[in-house]
Design a protein around this ligand. Structure first.
Ligand code: UDP
Length: 403
């Protein structure tokens, strides 16, 4: 069913909704287009699915286009993604050529005459080269840019410089020596989506049963694409330590995104590592893409983990906070913006597996601690990280660019 801004009044109140309508008034009829490269899997698709309909609902003609690439192209852009988050890269002329070529090909049938263009992440970054400019272009980069690979940054800068504005998720990601405006906008989640809406216990139980997840032991869960930066393998070591102290079960739920060619390998490595646990059904790997299952798992779990090595923001953390769950997560990137250690969850150095295990055990042994962390977390998520706030931020941006 189509949602409208009005539906959010019961969650955020009339003032917030009224304020958004007011901001939108000056933008009626403006056309904007978002471009990314996947419609499911991962945070960007998640945000656009909620944001684009709401933009339309408040009177902006917002579209969403998806850059089509070949497997080669996605191999390269995944390497770019990893290198922007600090990995090394062998940046050959061939890679550069394929990267730009896919963008040029797409531009021949993606006609853009909108009042503003918003490009998400590195895949469609070079598109800007193939249009005669009539409007502002924004590059919205969702990943952790605190230590970008220098060589790649130098190369990509050739495209970035053409943009009017960059949106980053944290002050720590501000790119150096870049004479382009950089704005910080925190991502957000949709409290009314299938993934976050309230679910009756009956439905939660039904979904766990449907996916064959026993509930006879405490459940700890990480929801993440299978990706080396999400460190599912490291989490198996943590689980081993927890299990020595408390009998419990680990669920790793992760679909793969269309634009991520590495996820199958990561899944296989995790599976091999957890082999014995999997036989005993103490570790369960799930690869189905199912929003209600994710919702049910987050609600039924006793602890939510996010053991990322890098994290642009970490919507999975936001989703757990909103559901008032105790979260133990890595002290990296955007996660540190969301959790106050010891208040609204626990932050642990990602290399410190013992530290992770200790905090998980502490929560499992202390239900009142779990409850108090969760309640405070829910309040913060509602105040700061809902889609209505993000919509307002985008309206401010458009106002500045188009006024
Ligand atoms: N997600 C999902 N199913 C999965 C794995 C992830 O629906 O099997 C969703 C998750 O709930 C969240 C998004 O994908 O909404 C991941 O966003 P996040 O910012 O945590 O990480 P990213 O994948 O963008 O690095």
């Amino acid at each position: 069913m189509k949602r409208s801004l009005n539906d959010y009044r019961k969650i955020v109140g009339d003032d917030v909704v009224g304020d958004i309508y007011k901001k939108a008034r000056k933008l009626y009829g403006k056309t904007i287009v978002h471009v990314n490269s996947t419609y499911y899997g991962g945070g960007v698709a998640e945000i656009l699915s909620a944001l684009v309909p709401l933009m339309n609902d408040v009177g902006i003609a917002a579209g969403w286009r998806m850059l089509r690439g070949t497997p080669d192209f996605f191999d390269i852009t995944k390497k770019f993604h990893n290198a922007l988050q600090g990995n090394s890269i062998n940046l050959t002329e061939m890679k550069k050529r394929l990267y730009v070529q896919a963008n040029e090909d797409f531009s021949t049938y993606c006609h853009i005459s909108h009042d503003c263009v918003i490009i998400h992440d590195p895949q469609p970054l070079p598109l800007i080269q193939f249009y005669s400019r009539k409007q502002p272009w924004v590059w919205r980069i969702h990943i952790d840019l605190s230590k970008p690979n220098e060589e790649l940054y130098r190369y990509l800068k050739g495209f970035i410089l053409k943009y009017d504005t960059l949106i980053i998720s944290s002050e720590d990601y501000r790119l150096k020596d870049l004479p382009v405006e950089q704005r910080i906008i925190h991502p957000a989640i949709d409290p009314l989506s299938a993934k976050n809406m309230d679910l009756p216990d009956k439905v939660v139980a039904k979904y766990l049963k449907k996916f064959n997840i026993p509930t006879d032991k405490p459940i700890i869960t990480q929801i993440s694409r299978f990706d080396r930066f999400k460190d599912q393998e490291g989490l198996i070591d943590v689980f081993r330590m927890v299990k020595e102290q408390i009998d419990c079960r680990l669920i790793l739920c992760g679909s793969s995104a269309l634009d991520d060619p590495e996820s199958q390998q990561c899944y296989e490595r995790t599976k091999r590592k957890a082999n014995n646990f999997i036989k005993d059904r103490d570790v369960i790997l799930i690869t189905s893409e199912n929003n209600i299952l994710v919702n049910a798992l987050q609600r039924r779990s006793d602890v939510i983990i996010q053991k990322s090595l890098r994290e642009g923001f970490g919507l999975t953390v936001t989703e757990a906070l909103l559901k008032e769950k105790p979260v133990v997560a890595s002290k990296v990137g955007g996660i540190s913006l969301q959790i106050t250690d010891g208040e609204t969850g626990f932050l642990v150095d990602p290399e410190n597996k013992e530290g992770f295990a200790k905090k998980i055990v502490e929560i499992l042994k202390n239900p009142s601690l779990a409850k108090s962390l969760g309640q405070k977390a829910g309040k913060v998520a509602k105040e700061k990280f809902l889609i209505t706030r993000l919509l307002g931020d985008y309206l401010d941006l458009l106002q500045d660019l188009l006024a």
